[in-house]
Design a protein. Structure first.
Lengths: 309, 157
């Protein structure tokens, strides 16, 4: 079992303080400053402690997610049996729906009921999600800050890890690009799967981008406000949604339209078996994204009406 | 939450017992069953375990169940080991007209309590009631066909 993140953070803190937990931090004050405590809190939330995932809590709180997935989003997850029954696996999904991400709600319920809450399952999320007020709640569900180290730590413990390479970029793509896979050239998931020696299972969902009218990534606005440097935020999205009507940033979320969410689990890909010992990362990226695009186009073709499905 | 459904089957009790105690029949007659496999060494009987999932709403729910009561040609009951809390029972009783009354009882509880769990139980009941109704009709049809074919003497040439 790996050392817990909180324990690691505490040890690092003690090391900076000469090993004395009572000695003040580098600020030189008698008590840690408010700012220092704030950054410590942020840091602790971004450090993955796999023990934060609480299977009993998940079991007791699945009913609310199941209700949302069933009644509001009429969720349908196909071919869960394609996910390897045991062992570490990297689940790679396309991401939709702004900050509400209904595809995650639907898939997380399906995974936990299909394999049982006993199977370790972690989801990688943007730093901002983990530091938001819902962060502690999501950590109990197995959400950890998206980083190579956090993901590797979970995979090394034989967990299933869900990653959305497109992340904050893809989730805010304009409505007219709803049926497009857009990972923005992010290939870290491939290196992660190769390093950890785990299979990739692509997960394709449709419908999430119909829960609001998405107008723009707002990437220029984010750069102008230096949000990319300060908060790792590449976008400041603009959408039309309830109850805000014009919603800039989507920081408080929105009331999603009850669009039908369909999720398709694709066949697992063993990268080393398929691409050999010295694989071409660009080729893998093209193959994975194009096969996911084909799947997404198929799912989109099944839909007769927006939102209704 | 508790669900109970009954059906009268025009077949002897032993035939129905053989049908409902054979695990291979479950994917055939239980509506919405997405996973069903024997878990462990025992194929059937007291202590036999099965891994099962049934589609309810947006998810496949179920878990590991174990046979906890076994009265041949009478009652068979199971209880959950992991997954959703559940307890189920087949009860077979002979009717005076020679038919057999099959009673299916299923009780389940959503973990966590509170309003969401209460609503979830009731929402799930709508889907489960429909599934079990279809399943009992499937059972009736399958066993009556089997009884009919056994009652009809084979034609020899």
């Amino acid at each position: 079992m790996p050392e817990s993140g909180a324990a690691t953070a505490e040890r690092e803190r003690q090391s900076q303080n000469g090993g004395d937990p009572e000695r003040p931090g580098a600020g030189g004050f008698g008590r840690p400053s408010l700012l220092r405590r704030f950054f410590d809190e942020v840091q602790s939330r971004l450090t993955a402690d796999l023990d934060d995932r609480d299977p009993d809590f998940i079991r007791e709180n699945l009913s609310l997610s199941w209700l949302m997935a069933t009644i509001w989003f009429r969720g349908e997850v196909r071919n869960m049996e394609r996910i390897p029954e045991q062992g570490p696996v990297l689940l790679v999904g396309n991401h939709s729906g702004g900050n509400i991400t209904p595809d995650t709600i639907v898939f997380t319920v399906a995974f936990n009921t299909f394999f049982g809450v006993e199977r370790p399952f972690y989801q990688l999320a943007h730093n901002l999600v983990l530091t938001s007020p819902v962060g502690p709640y999501l950590r109990k569900f197995g959400t950890v800050a998206a980083s190579h180290d956090n993901a590797r730590k979970a995979l090394d413990c034989d967990a299933a890890v869900l990653v959305y390479p497109g992340g904050d970029w893809e989730v805010n793509r304009p409505t007219w690009e709803a049926n497009r896979i857009d990972f923005a050239g992010r290939k870290g998931f491939i290196k992660l799967a190769l390093d950890a020696g785990v299979p990739i299972v692509p997960i394709v969902s449709v419908g999430g981008q119909e829960t609001a009218v998405f107008l723009s990534h707002g990437d220029r606005l984010a750069r102008l406000l230096r949000l990319d440097k300060l908060l790792r935020l590449k976008t400041l999205p603009v959408n039309l949604s309830l109850p805000w009507i014009v919603n800039i940033g989507d920081f408080l979320g929105h009331l999603p339209l009850p669009a039908k969410i369909t999720v398709q689990v694709m066949e697992p890909i063993d990268l080393q078996e398929r691409y050999g010992q010295a694989p071409d990362i660009d080729r893998i990226y093209d193959d994975v994204t194009s096969s996911m695009q084909d799947q997404l186009s198929e799912l989109a073709a099944e839909r007769r009406l927006p939102v209704v499905g | 939450m508790r669900i109970e459904q009954k059906v009268n089957v025009n077949a002897p009790r032993h035939l129905i017992w053989e049908y409902v105690t054979e695990p291979a029949n479950y994917p055939v007659f239980i509506d919405g069953l997405t996973r069903w496999e024997v878990a462990g060494d025992r194929h059937t009987g007291l202590g036999a375990r099965y891994r099962m999932l049934i589609r309810v709403g947006a998810a496949d729910v179920g878990g590991l169940i174990e046979i906890v009561e076994w009265q041949p040609e009478g009652d068979m009951a199971w209880s959950s080991v992991t997954g959703v809390d559940q307890r189920g029972r087949w009860r077979l009783r002979e009717l005076p007209d020679g038919r057999t009354r099959v009673t299916f009882r299923f009780a389940y509880g959503v973990a966590g309590g509170g309003i969401p769990a209460l609503i979830a139980e009731r929402v799930a009941a709508i889907s489960l009631n429909r599934r079990f109704h279809v399943s009992l009709l499937n059972l009736k049809r399958a066993v009556e066909e089997q009884a009919g074919s056994e009652a009809t003497p084979a034609i020899s040439r």
